[in-house]
Structure formats: structure tokens, C-alpha cells
Design a protein around this ligand. Structure first.
Ligand code: SAH
Ligand code: SF4
Ligand code: F3S
Length: 439
């Protein structure tokens, strides 16, 4: 075998997994791996998994099954499972799928090189610890390669909120914020490599409280420091919790020009009874009040949310409260899910809502969201937006990018390059994107 080995990573779940997959590829670069887009070429396959809903975990096992013939044809092929399913199921994965060589939880990725060596030596490698050391520092192994115009940057990990339905506090562990100087270094490095827009990530990103030169910094303070990074044009952050939306962060939405007018602020339900049972520690009213304050700071902000329907003991009346909240907020984007029972979480033990009823609620909720989303999109026609161009479109000469509001915008025959920012007038609204012309 040659010295260069090929690594195929498949990523499921949230943006934090996307970021982690990049870091894993970099750290395994030190063990002689380069990335490939085809599993058939690979010397190592890594699945970076998500455990948030039942189907997410099942997908992993069916995907592993599909790799069986590859392993049979190439006995040297190593197969690893990373991410939240790895954390939750641990050794169980190797028992259920004996061809898995390596299982690594999200807090142990910096140990991958040693684990890979162990797997190469024919042993099983398992690590689902929550180590003390700063994983992100140890993951640094950055080639000075050019990057696309947008990048993720994890600033906070884990969650202490324990919503009654959610596995994240168990799979990612307790809330940890990275120190300010490391984040700023990483941001400057990304900008040097061509990045123009950074999305700050965390399971509870607005609870960020990393060590700064003068005590702990809030997310708003971090955003203001990033605002001063030359060459960085846009800042976003996700995912936020309504209870951690500090005054300084709300104010930044009105005052920081680089902070984009888009906010993903999951509420889950509009029924106070259900919110209480979810252990969300906010009410429908406090959420609506909060949005009022955010809109006072930045009137054109596009709101995004997450919803769960069919949470244990949710009645039609509770569901109608959610529909009413949606009508009041008017969302430009939203993600909605049927409640999925997660073993080990408090809600798993409670009386479940009928499956068909939950499906019906989801259909009705999504119809309302789609209507709002389309109306907001259609309302963009005639308006001027700023687009960060990311890639060529499907048609010849076409370029595609994102507006401030995260709408996909395509422009025909555009004399712009990847990474350019330009003023665009929106001329048409389609189902998934807007069409515009350069101004
Ligand atoms: N940290 C974020 C969200 C993390 S998970 C927050 O607090 O908002 C992303 C979304 O998945 C959640 O907002 C929720 O809507 C959904 N989700 C989480 N657990 C779920 C479950 N057991 N069933 C259905 N949806 C779930
Ligand atoms: Fe899960 Fe709630 Fe934490 Fe979000 S805040 S990650 S939904 S426990
Ligand atoms: Fe999924 Fe883990 Fe993210 S459960 S949503 S990959 S934090």
C-alpha cells in the first residue's frame, strides 16, 4: 500500500458535525490521509452521526450495511463511527456491526490518530470519554488550503438545559465555551484562506461565555471583536436559546453591520403547558416579547425556528396554540419535526400522542410555515439585497449566493467571482430561490 491513504467522511446531523468532520479530516491528514468523495476508493470510512431522532440513528446502521461489500473486497478498509450515535451507543455499535473498527465520541476526536493506528494494527478502537483537555487546540493541524467564501466556526459546545425530549446534553456533554483568542486566531486564519462569512456555532451559541483578556466574554462581545477582523464581511450564529438572548446581543443586531439580519431562535411549542413539560423555561408570551424587542432593534430581521409536534400529552388545543404563535411571529424559515422518543430522556416515559394525529399536525404546521416563508420570499421582489456569491449555478454563466437573509439568489450572466459581494435587485421569486440582477 502506498503512503497516501484515502478518507471518506459522511456527515449527518447539525452544522457542528460539519465543522467536526472538517477537523477530523485535518487531524487524520497528519496520519497520511487525503479526503475522497467516493467510498469505493477509501482506506477509511468515517460516519459522523446524529442521534437527535430515532430515524437518524437507524440510518447509520443501514448505511453501515451498505459498506459490507466494500469491506469484503478490501479487508484493509477501516470503518469508523463518530458523532452522537457513537457517544450514545458506544461499544453496542461494534456488537451490532462487527465490521466497525473504530467508535469515537465528539469529545475525543483529537485522539483519532492514535485510534486509527490501533485500528490499522487490527484492534478495535473505542473512545467515548469526556476528556478535560481542549480538544479544539489539539485538533489544530491546518493545511493552508484555500477555502470557499463561507465557513463554520464552533465557539461553544454542549448543553446544560436538559429539555425533556433532547439527547444533546448526553451526547455532547456539559456546556463549554472556547477562549476568545483561539476563536479570533481561527477566524483570521479562515479569512486569510478566502472566507468572507463565518457562522459561529454552538448547541447553545448565545450562552457563549468564553475566557477573554478581561474576564468572560458574551457572544455579543465576541461578535464585536470579529467585526474588526479585516476581510471578514459577514457574521452569523446558530443555534440560540430564547433564554440566552442577552441585551447586548439584541443591540448588536441593530448596530453591528456585519451581523446578518437572520436569527434562528427555536421555540418548539406555543403551548405553555407543553413548554413547561418540555422543561423549556420560557413561555409563549416571553418568546413573543423577546421577538418584539429583537425586531425593535432590527426591524427587517428574518426569523427562523424549530418546532416539535406530538410531544407527549399535546392536545389539539396545545397544537392550536403553536399555530397561533407561528401566525404572530411570521417565520421566514423553520424546521419542524414529529416528536421522536429518545430512550433515557424524561419525556420517553410519558403517554405518547397517536402517530397519525402527530403526522396530521405536522402537515398542517408545515403548510402554514410554507405559506409564510413563500410570502416573505415573494415580498423580496423589487428589493435590493447584498449577495455573497458562493458557486456557479446550474445554467451557463449563472452564479449563486446568499442574501443577508440567507435566501439563495441566482444571477444570470453575472461578471462576479466566488467570494464577491454585490448589490442585487430581486426580480423573481421561485419555490426555493430568488432570481436577481446586478445593480
Ligand atoms: N440547541 C438547539 C437545538 C438542538 S436539536 C436548541 O435548543 O434549540 C435541533 C432540533 O431538533 C430542536 O430544536 C428540536 O426541534 C429537534 N429535536 C430535538 N430532539 C427531538 C426529539 N426527541 N424529537 C423531535 N425533534 C427533536
Ligand atoms: Fe437540546 Fe434543549 Fe439543549 Fe437545545 S437547549 S440542545 S433542545 S437540551
Ligand atoms: Fe445530531 Fe448531535 Fe448535532 S444529535 S443535531 S449531531 S449535536
Amino acid at each position: 500500500m502506498s503512503d497516501v491513504k484515502k478518507l471518506y467522511i459522511k456527515t449527518y446531523g447539525c452544522q457542528m458535525n460539519v465543522y467536526d468532520s472538517e477537523r477530523m479530516a485535518e487531524v487524520l491528514g497528519g496520519s497520511g490521509y487525503v479526503e475522497t468523495q467516493t467510498p469505493e476508493d477509501a482506506d477509511m470510512i468515517l460516519l459522523n452521526t446524529c442521534h437527535i431522532r430515532e430515524k437518524a440513528a437507524e440510518k447509520v446502521y443501514s448505511e453501515l450495511g451498505r459498506f459490507k461489500p466494500l469491506k469484503a473486497a478490501k479487508p484493509d478498509l477501516k470503518i469508523g463511527v463518530a458523532g452522537c450515535v457513537a457517544q450514545a451507543e458506544g461499544e453496542e455499535i461494534m456488537l451490532r456491526q462487527p465490521m466497525v473498527d473504530l467508535v469515537v465520541g465528539p469529545q475525543s476526536y483529537h485522539r483519532l490518530p492514535a485510534m486509527e493506528a490501533k485500528a490499522r494494527a487490527g484492534e478495535k478502537a473505542l473512545d467515548t470519554d469526556f476528556p478535560e483537555e481542549d480538544k479544539f487546540e489539539k485538533l489544530k493541524n491546518r493545511p493552508k488550503a484555500q477555502r470557499g467564501p463561507t465557513a463554520f466556526l464552533t465557539v461553544q459546545e454542549g448543553c446544560d438545559k436538559f429539555c425533556a425530549f433532547c439527547v444533546v446534553p448526553y451526547t455532547r456533554g456539559a456546556e463549554v465555551s472556547r477562549p476568545v483568542d483561539r476563536i479570533l486566531d481561527e477566524a483570521r486564519d479562515l479569512v486569510e484562506r478566502g472566507v468572507r462569512e463565518i457562522t459561529l456555532l454552538g448547541q447553545n451559541v448565545n450562552a457563549y461565555h468564553g475566557a477573554g483578556p478581561d474576564g468572560d466574554w458574551s457572544l455579543a462581545k465576541l461578535i464585536w471583536a470579529l467585526d474588526k477582523v479585516d476581510g471578514l464581511e459577514r457574521i452569523r450564529f446558530t443555534t440560540s436559546h430564547p433564554n440566552d438572548m442577552g441585551d447586548d446581543l439584541i443591540a448588536a443586531h441593530g448596530e453591528c453591520a456585519k451581523l446578518m439580519p437572520y436569527l434562528h431562535l427555536p421555540v418548539q411549542s406555543g403551548s405553555n403547558k407543553i413548554l413547561k413539560r418540555m422543561n423549556r423555561s420560557h413561555t409563549a408570551e416571553s418568546y413573543l416579547k423577546l421577538i418584539e424587542r429583537i425586531r425593535a432593534a432590527r426591524p427587517d430581521i428574518l426569523m427562523s425556528g424549530d418546532f416539535i409536534v406530538g410531544f407527549p400529552e399535546e392536545t389539539e388545543e396545545d397544537f392550536q396554540d403553536t399555530m397561533e404563535l407561528i401566525r404572530q411571529v411570521n417565520y421566514g424559515q423553520a424546521f419542524s419535526f414529529k416528536y421522536s422518543t429518545r430512550p433515557g430522556t424524561p419525556a420517553a416515559e410519558r403517554p405518547q400522542v397517536d402517530e397519525d394525529e402527530a403526522s396530521d399536525r405536522l402537515t398542517r404546521l408545515q403548510a402554514l410555515i410554507t405559506q409564510q416563508q413563500r410570502a416573505i420570499q415573494d415580498g423580496m421582489v423589487g428589493r435590493e439585497v447584498q449577495v455573497l456569491f458562493e458557486k456557479p449555478g446550474r445554467l451557463d454563466g449563472q452564479m449563486v449566493g446568499k442574501s443577508e437573509y440567507l435566501h439563495a439568489v441566482h444571477v444570470a450572466d453575472a461578471p462576479v467571482a466566488r467570494g464577491d459581494l454585490a448589490r442585487v435587485r430581486i426580480v423573481e421569486s421561485g419555490p426555493n430561490s430568488l432570481a436577481g440582477v446586478l445593480i
